[in-house]
Design a protein around this ligand. Structure first.
Ligand code: NAP
Length: 487
């Protein structure tokens, strides 16, 4: 027998239900602890395991201790179904984690995000017959869970397709209007549902027209998720995925409110706020507003200023570069998107160990939005076993740049573009950059005079101290390594 410990606000608290609540609290604390450990690459793996442990605990105690309103536990048949679902999910996750390459991480995050959104939307779809006959609060969380979960699901699926090169962009002006109209309709239906609660007698058995309205809201929210993400440029997807991730967290929190489940509410809020913070950080690091990312005005317009007077490009030979580097004391490698394209991370590591064996101090300067996804450079360099201590964040390395003998810019462009400081007409004006131009010498490795993501000229390449080493970054570094060895 489950002993009643007390009654609070008309709710009976038994030993089982108290233990269940306690386990949810412990699970939530484990999520927070896991999140804390995730903030450093060395502890991130442990952080993941602690948070997964929290989720495992919440699932186990729910299976064992959950009781419905009538006081009955989960039926054995349902326990089997839940265990089978957990088994399928675990197996799928295990297989995916072995097969997916590091470079396909953003797609994977999108896909996982889509499943989170779908799960929350399904909870709302299952529970609305009861919720609509409840108070305004329960109708509101159900409607919000349905809308946000559906948008997160379909939006993340489109984001996955774009990142995987399966879906293109539709950048037509009418899309903005279509999106505004769809959003207004979705919100209008949502408000109408919240304002029209069903009589208590219809709980669990809503009238047919209400069922139609709910499914129309579901379909329109799915459609809005598609049209919302379609016009956004493929390279802006990391920001959008982070935003959709925040949506999924909020939808999960709404599902938590539907079930009055503390672990789901807290877990959802953590995901929602972490996603939102990451979205804001990425926008700040690109000096763009979220609206600008969503409407997608980057790259094309705005930055025509000072495109004319360019100056002279100077090249450096491999042997000059080899001598310059070998006789330096401090070298900073500034990796960018081109390093990822050329897959030059292993060659870069070979170069840094070779130079260090000659007594040269080598560091990597990491810009927060170098590459095309958050932590892109960290992931690539970790894959090549570059020690984490060698990776220095932009704000830490910048004050030291004037003491650096050679800055090697490997496939980076926008993140070292001085127009961010000097040209108020530039689309990247105000974006923080790595101050490569402050170094005593600058070697730029890129294939030609191709522009970066923002599509603008870079005056660093015309700087007096800059010399270009043209070619694929991996080839150039490998040849440089051979040249240094032959000295
Ligand atoms: P970038 O400005 O896009 O420039 C990359 C450069 O790499 C190009 O100029 C290209 O020049 C060169 N390149 C390409 N393939 C190469 C190869 N195989 N070998 C050598 N060089 C190669 O890159 P970034 O400096 O890393 O800046 C990142 C940009 O992406 C920023 O504007 C940022 O706002 C944006 N962004 C980042 C994120 C994120 O989460 N990290 C998200 C969205 C947008 P050539 O063609 O001449 O070789």
């Amino acid at each position: 027998m489950d002993k009643v410990l007390g009654v609070l606000d008309g709710v009976e608290y038994t030993v089982g239900s108290t233990l269940l609540e306690l386990s949810y609290l412990i699970a939530a604390l484990l999520f927070v602890y896991g999140l804390k450990l995730l903030s450093h690459p060395e502890t991130a793996r442990k952080g993941n395991l602690w948070a997964a442990g929290g989720m495992g605990l919440a699932m186990l105690t729910t299976l064992l201790l959950h009781k419905d309103h009538a006081g009955a536990g989960i039926s054995l048949a349902n326990v089997w179904i839940i265990l089978a679902a957990i088994g399928v999910g675990t197996a799928a996750g295990w297989i995916i984690s072995r097969r997916v390459k590091m470079t396909a991480m953003p797609q994977l995050v999108s896909l996982y995000n889509a499943t989170g959104g779908a799960a929350s939307a399904l909870v709302a779809l299952l529970e609305y017959p009861h919720a609509l006959a409840g108070d305004v609060g329960s109708i509101l969380v159900t409607v919000l869970g349905l809308i946000i979960g559906s948008v997160a699901f379909s939006g993340s699926m489109i984001a996955y397709g774009k990142l995987d090169g399966k879906v293109g962009d539709i950048k037509k002006p009418f899309m903005t209007w279509l999106n505004l109209v769809l959003l207004a309709v979705v919100l209008g239906i949502g408000i109408w549902i919240v304002a029209s609660p069903l009589p208590a007698g219809q709980a669990g058995n809503p009238p047919l027209q209400m069922i139609w309205v709910i499914y129309a809201l579901f379909a329109l929210s799915l459609l809005y998720g598609v049209t919302f993400v379609m016009p956004i440029g493929g390279a802006d997807m990391p920001v959008v995925i982070s935003l959709l991730n925040a949506f999924t967290g909020i939808a999960a929190a709404m599902a938590g409110f539907i079930y009055n489940n503390q672990a789901m509410i807290l877990g959802g809020i953590l995901v929602g706020s972490a996603g939102m913070i990451l979205t804001i950080l990425m926008c700040n690091a690109m000096n763009r507003s979220l609206l600008n990312v969503i409407i997608g005005a980057f790259g094309g317009g705005g930055g025509a200023a000072a495109e004319g007077e360019q100056g002279i490009i100077k090249e450096i030979t491999l042997s000059d570069a080899a001598v310059l580097l070998s006789y330096s004391q401090k070298v900073v490698v500034i990796p960018g998107y081109g390093l990822a394209v050329a897959q030059a991370q292993h060659a870069a590591h070979e170069l840094d160990t070779l130079l260090e064996s000659k007594g040269v101090e080598v560091k990597y300067a990491i810009h927060p939005v170098a590459g095309r996804m958050p932590g892109h450079m960290n992931v690539l360099l970790a894959e090549a076993d570059v020690p984490y201590e060698k990776l220095v964040e932009m704000d830490t390395i910048n004050p030291d740049m004037p003491n650096v003998d050679v800055a090697i810019v490997v496939g980076a462009n926008d993140v070292v573009n001085p127009a961010a400081h000097l040209d108020p007409g530039s689309p990247i004006y105000g974006m923080p950059i790595i101050e490569a131009g402050q170094a005593k010498n600058i070697i730029v490795m890129k294939r030609g005079m191709g522009k970066g993501y923002a599509g603008i000229e870079n005056h660093l390449f015309f700087n007096d101290k800059t010399r270009m080493l043209f070619g694929n970054a991996k080839d150039s570094i490998q040849k440089l390594v051979a040249e240094i060895k032959s000295l």
